[in-house]
Design a binder for this molecule. Structure first.
Ligand code: PMP
Length: 403
């Protein structure tokens, strides 16, 4: 273990009030991250000082709430190097993928193709499968290599002028493998396809620049970015959002409404029908501010050291089988020879160690590996070497029990 871990890892844990009075080891950030005090404070302050609905009110609270909501949009935009006009607040990554898939399904027709990968989370799998079933388009699924990396040759074979949409994960929530989003975007654009990047996992763990990636759509959830649940983001450049029909209809998304017809507002308002998640957006803006104050250098170093240490410790247990051997970021899924993943989860849970067991909303991926379920640990800023030590000790103890 590198000595630097002892120094500043504890510094982050103290930012998260939930850890103050518990011995809980939380290794489930890929499912949802814990919240720093900065986020809790921002939401509390908002409700206590400036709460109102946004956009149309005249009073000071309405103006302040609108300002806070739009400031959050700007914070999120800056975080991924986008313009605020290109940031749509959604309910989460799932909601954002459904928004795009429902819109694209209206133009897909038999003979068109949609290309995803076998490593997709169900959130970026089922909406496209259903869009294909509805429109008669063909659903294409690119393979991965035994290492867990995307099979680029298979991807290239399945990417043709018939491909209208590519939807692919940036960072797999099981394999921890980071795809080259910019390269995939260039390939998709070369055949005239739109591309959606699922950044639900990458957003909190790797710096992301949509100008470099160049994709048409990018989605993520606030709750995996140390922000609240109930808010997420769809990013799209102006032309991609302009060409996408609205997903839901109602207040705030219109320009003119008459009995005979309605004209819609420009994006992002076009996609934000109804009262949005105002305090949640404020909380997400604060989460981004928190990460900005730490800086990517420290975030990356912290996670790389945790990953290196955890992999080294797991490698000492001969029964451990990793899901994919390629370089991993922030997520390690594994099975144990002779012991069911559910049993591992049970033993660890009893010892106050939160890991996740099951298919992790990636059934096709598990089927591809011939495994029904796996155990998964995933890291956040609050984890430290002691968390991994306790996890490994409990895992060894559990293995003795089940053998
Ligand atoms: N994509 C990936 C890769 C994910 O890991 C998740 C959440 N586990 C999602 C999409 C969906 O995110 P949410 O449930 O927040 O909508």
């Amino acid at each position: 273990m590198r000595l630097s871990m002892i120094g500043w890892h504890g510094m982050f844990k103290k930012d998260f009030p939930i850890f103050k009075k518990t011995d809980m080891v939380y290794l489930d950030t890929a499912a949802s991250a814990q919240k720093p005090a900065a986020v809790l404070r921002a939401m509390d302050r908002f409700y206590k000082t400036a709460y109102s609905n946004v956009h149309r009110g005249q009073c000071a609270w309405a103006a302040a709430a609108t300002k806070a909501y739009e400031a959050a949009r700007q914070n999120v935009a800056d975080f991924i190097h986008a313009d605020a006009a290109n940031i749509v607040f959604t309910r989460g990554a799932t909601d954002a993928v459904n928004l795009v898939a429902a819109g694209m399904a209206q133009t897909l027709k038999p003979g068109d193709e949609v290309l995803i990968s076998i490593a997709e989370h169900h959130a970026n799998f089922v909406p496209w499968q259903q869009a294909c079933l509805k429109s008669g388009a063909t659903f294409q699924v690119a393979n991965i290599l035994p290492s867990g990396e995307l099979d680029r040759a298979d991807f290239a074979r399945k990417l043709t002028p018939r491909t209208k949409v590519v939807a692919i994960t940036h960072l797999s929530n099981v394999l921890g493998v980071l795809n080259d989003a910019a390269a995939l975007t260039r390939s998709a654009h070369a055949v005239g396809a739109r591309i959606l990047i699922d950044a639900a996992q990458s957003i909190a763990h790797v710096p992301l620049d949509v100008r470099e990636i160049g994709c048409d759509f990018l989605v993520f959830s606030g709750h995996k970015l140390y922000g609240p649940t109930g808010v997420g983001v769809l990013y799209g450049p102006a032309d991609a959002l302009a060409n996408l029909p609205p997903y839901q209809f109602g207040g705030d998304m219109i320009r003119q409404v008459a009995v005979s017809e309605t004209t819609f507002a420009d994006a992002p308002a076009k996609f934000e029908a109804g009262t949005p998640m105002i305090a949640e957006a404020v909380g997400l803006g604060a989460a981004v501010g928190y990460l900005n104050r730490i800086g990517w250098d420290k975030i990356r170093r912290h996670e790389e050291e945790l990953m290196e240490y955890a992999l080294a410790e797991l490698a000492k247990i001969p029964e451990v089988r990793l899901m994919g051997t390629a370089e991993k970021q922030s997520v390690i899924a594994f099975t144990l020879d002779g012991i069911a993943a559910e049993d591992i989860g049970f033993v660890l849970g009893k010892k106050n160690i939160c890991v996740r067991v099951g298919h992790h909303c990636a059934m096709p991926l598990h089927a591809h590996f011939g495994r029904a379920a796996s155990a998964r640990i995933s890291f956040g800023l609050y984890n430290d070497a002691a968390d991994i030590d306790r996890f490994i000790a409990a895992l060894r103890e559990g293995m003795r029990f089940f053998k």
